[in-house]
Design a protein around this ligand. Structure first.
Ligand code: PNS
Length: 213
């Protein structure tokens, strides 16, 4: 990669601060460079290195964790954005949800966790990301996700949404169902990370159960 290419990639990262003509030329240069260097992946990776993975995460499930691991195969960094919504009654406070996720990924320096309020596209821009990841479990998720992705695109055409499918093992899993199972004393094995299971049992004052008990 020569100095010109490096500058092109640098400017793409700094796009918000650059002049529009410069952006256009830089984009052109970027794609020309890619065309002339088939198989060279570095440019693309540089451009999309950080993705935001937003959600309520009340609580995080193994389905979310699966999507995060898959996301790390594509992106250098994933910023998990926990929705802070005073109007929505959640079982866990924003701080509890953030802390639980931080604990789960404590060993992984490519994962960051923050809470956010307001528009997701604003949060993504403030955190210098142009990519949103959303999990898509089944067709039933599609309509809501489609509307949200297009609304986000309307709000900021530079931000893309990438849908990822979790493993089939988790396609039935949701935070809502996990809470219900926990409240009724069901087994949480394989549904949520261990520390989340403990916190759920604390909340509902239920005893640990395995599938055989
Ligand atoms: O886990 P969830 O509850 O399906 O996540 C929904 C979330 C947090 C992605 C969505 O509610 C959101 O992005 N809220 C921020 C508000 C916003 O940007 N609204 C306009 C675009 S739809």
């Amino acid at each position: 990669m020569d100095e010109k290419d490096k500058r092109a990639i640098y400017l793409l990262g700094q796009k918000k601060n650059a002049e529009s003509e410069e952006i256009r030329l830089t984009k052109q240069l970027f794609f020309d460079t890619k065309l002339n260097n088939p198989g060279e992946r570095v440019h693309c990776v540089d451009m999309i290195k950080k993705a935001v993975y937003p959600g309520s995460f009340d609580p995080i499930t193994n389905g979310h964790v699966d999507i995060i691991h898959r996301g790390l195969e594509i992106f250098d960094q994933i910023l998990i954005a926990v929705l802070e919504n005073p109007k929505k009654r959640s079982l866990f406070s924003t701080k509890e949800r953030v802390t639980m996720i931080q604990e789960i990924f404590a060993e992984n320096e490519n994962i960051e966790v923050k809470s956010f309020h307001g528009l997701l596209v604003d949060f993504a821009n403030t955190n210098e990301s142009k990519m949103i990841i959303r999990g898509m479990r089944a067709i039933s998720d599609f309509e809501y996700e489609f509307q949200m992705a297009l609304m986000n695109r309307k709000l900021d055409p530079d931000i893309e949404t990438l849908f990822m499918m979790p493993s089939l093992n988790y396609s039935f899993l949701s935070s809502r169902l996990v809470k219900e199972v926990s409240m009724l004393g069901g087994c949480l094995e394989g549904l949520v990370p261990g520390e989340v299971g403990d916190k759920l049992r604390d909340k509902y004052k239920t005893a640990p159960k395995t599938n055989s008990t």
